[in-house]
Design a protein around this ligand. Structure first.
Ligand SMILES: *Cc1c(COP(=O)(O)O)cnc(C)c1O
Length: 369
């Protein structure tokens, strides 16, 4: 029997979460963001649940090839555009749309030989200061692109830095509206946070395409302010394992490296086949939530490479073989949002999903997987 750890990808939850995003921006098309191997879910595993999207957006050309190989004939967008001139050949061959965010990319397009003109998304740096043309340079870039026979459609795009926080989006939205005023082309602005929090009431934020990533993967974009239940989202990745041993501690006994947990009274502790080499964060402290047989309990002791230890006090029936849910969907409808585990570890759900270790076998509950 293989080591009992496993990640399960929930197709129906992906489809449901996509519908939640769509409902927040009903007149917009929806990109399913599948960068970083579909936020750690695996593109092949996530694909069945995401086919209701209007397009797939990602960064890596190999991932774009994967989506085409899965049979997707609709739009695919490269969110960082091409990295070198010859990437444009793949764009021509696979009909990939690509972001243009600096001048050299325009130079490369100008010398590219293609039968079919490309669709590009011209990116404005509206204040994030990561990718994109400054407002001062934006129109010149648009003019250059519109003069190229290699380009037949220019969409306009920007990205928000504070859609989930108190600073909000107004300052960037104003920059975008001024820089794009009067220019033709579809617009795309909103990530998950902007889609769920701001797009419902603002047509300008919805634009023509929204770009929800994390929400589709069942993590709340503004946790802990709102949790996934508030947004109607469901976990799409479950990390689960089993108890491989049970220990009874005397009062005063400690567990694990560094003796960071000491029992105040006699108690049972379960040993779980899951550690930081599986992608479970090593920084999770005593008290991090975990489900045993669907019952919520807590981590006790330090996370080690291959094991963690959990308090079995709330689950007196637990024994070797009991099912342990590190995050996601537990037995009998129990849910442990990845956001809660991430917060305990001082990080965000994104990082936990993306850091799922290669040694963990991933399956999807889609029919046929
Ligand atoms: C990753 C990404 C998104 C999705 O962001 P979430 O916060 O996961 O919703 C949207 N747009 C761009 C350009 C991105 O890189």
């Amino acid at each position: 029997m293989p080591r009992p750890i496993q990640a399960l990808i929930h197709s129906a939850a992906l489809a449901d979460n996509l519908r939640v995003a769509r409902a927040a921006a009903p007149d917009a098309k929806v990109w399913a963001i599948v960068k970083a191997n579909a936020y750690g879910h695996g593109i092949e595993r996530a694909y069945p649940g995401l086919q209701g999207a209007d397009g797939f957006a990602l960064l890596d050309l190999a991932e774009a090839e994967k989506v085409r190989a899965l049979g997707w004939r609709g739009p695919i967008l490269l969110l960082e555009g091409v990295f070198e001139p010859r990437d444009l050949e793949l764009c021509s061959r696979l009909n990939l749309w690509h972001v243009v965010h600096h001048d050299a990319q325009i130079d490369w397009i100008a010398t590219h030989k293609t039968t079919w003109p490309h669709r590009v998304f011209l990116k404005l740096n509206s204040g994030m200061n990561r990718l994109g043309f400054t407002p001062a340079a934006f129109r010149h870039a648009w003019m250059r692109l519109s003069g190229l026979t290699q380009v037949d459609d220019i969409s306009l795009m920007t990205h928000f830095a504070d859609a989930d926080g108190p600073r909000g989006i107004e300052h960037q939205l104003a920059v975008f509206e001024a820089a794009t005023e009067g220019l033709p082309g579809e617009r795309s602005l909103a990530n998950s946070a902007a889609t769920l929090i701001h797009a419902r009431t603002r047509a300008a934020v919805r634009g023509d395409w929204v770009r929800p990533g994390i929400a589709v993967y069942g993590s709340s974009p503004d946790f802990p302010h709102h949790d996934i239940a508030h947004w109607g989202l469901h976990p799409t990745m479950t990390l689960r394992s089993r108890l491989i041993a049970v220990q009874t501690l005397e009062a005063g006994a400690t567990v694990g490296y560094g003796s960071v947990f000491r029992a105040e009274a006699p108690m049972r502790v379960g040993v779980v086949a899951c550690g930081y080499a599986d992608g479970y964060p090593r920084h999770c402290p005593n008290g991090t939530p975990v489900l045993v047989d669907g019952v919520r309990t807590r981590l006790v002791g330090r996370v080690s490479m291959d094991m963690i230890t959990v308090d079995l006090t709330p689950v007196p029936t637990a024994a070797v073989g009991s099912e342990v849910t590190l995050w996601g969907q537990g037995p009998s409808g129990a849910v442990l949002p990845i956001d809660e585990v991430a917060r305990a570890a001082g990080t965000i759900g994104y990082e936990l999903m993306c850091a799922l270790a290669p040694r963990v076998p991933v399956t999807s509950d889609a029919p046929g997987d």
